[in-house]
Design a protein. Structure first.
Length: 84
């Protein structure tokens, strides 16, 4: 996946995300929240941007600020149907 390095790839594998389709199924925000819960000191907003870029097949540095802000808003308002 675009933007995803070896460490992030290992983390994603832990939550059974291997392909862009897997990421679409789980969702960027739920995936990021799961990883943040596992690695609170290591997972940053940059991984959120990387996941968004991977989903859109775009370099994360090219994401518009509005897209980033929308993702942050979703993170802040995330209410899972079940505990992570």
């Amino acid at each position: 996946m675009k933007n995803i390095g070896p460490v992030s790839q290992r983390w994603l594998a832990e939550i059974e995300i291997f392909t862009p389709k897997d990421l679409d199924t789980v969702g960027v925000v739920p995936a990021w929240i799961q990883l943040k819960a596992r690695y609170p000191q290591k997972v940053t907003k940059n991984l959120l941007w990387a996941l968004l870029g991977a989903q859109l097949d775009r370099d994360w540095r090219e994401l518009p600020e509005a897209v980033k802000q929308a993702a942050l808003d979703k993170v802040e308002n995330y209410a899972p149907d079940h505990p992570l």
